[in-house]
Design a protein around this ligand. Structure first.
Ligand SMILES: [Zn+2]
Ligand SMILES: [Zn+2]
Length: 137
């Protein structure tokens, strides 16, 4: 097992998840993906490498990761759920042409406040949609 896989393994263990080979591969794929993949996207890529991988395994694994706080779901497109590794809260830009989702680094003016209109804030999600710089070129 290489260093990268060892790190992924300890990441799973830190979250109380038994590091099976399939879970390692799912987490590795999400981590190296620049594109906030869907469950189907993860499946289609991993089944090439692991022919025994099933869609059910992918869904079960993603649900487990969600439950343990290892990944977060993005529902930016409204028709699918995309996943990313839990990092600091940041906003997202969806390209309407290529479908890619980019992380964008801007500070929300409300990010430091604990409340909005008297409601307690627990999470802030910002979605931008448009044409990405790659598609504009
Ligand atoms: Zn694009
Ligand atoms: Zn992101």
């Amino acid at each position: 097992m290489n260093t990268k896989m060892m790190n992924i393994k300890s990441e799973l263990e830190k979250h109380g998840i038994k590091p099976t080979y399939q879970r390692l591969c799912v987490l590795e794929f999400i981590e190296q993906s620049q594109d906030h993949p869907t469950a189907d996207h993860i499946y289609e890529n991993l089944v090439k490498k692991i022919p025994t991988m099933s869609r059910t395994t992918i869904y079960n694994t993603l649900n487990l990761f969600l439950e343990k706080g290892l990944v977060v779901p993005l529902t930016i497109t409204g028709t699918e759920v995309r996943y990313e590794i839990t990092t600091g809260q940041h906003h997202h830009f969806l390209c309407l042409k290529c479908g890619r989702i980019y992380d964008v680094n801007i500070q929300c003016p409300l990010s430091q406040s604990k409340t909005v209109d008297g409601h307690q804030i627990q999470e802030i999600h910002g979605y931008f949609k448009g044409i990405c710089k790659n598609c504009l070129n």
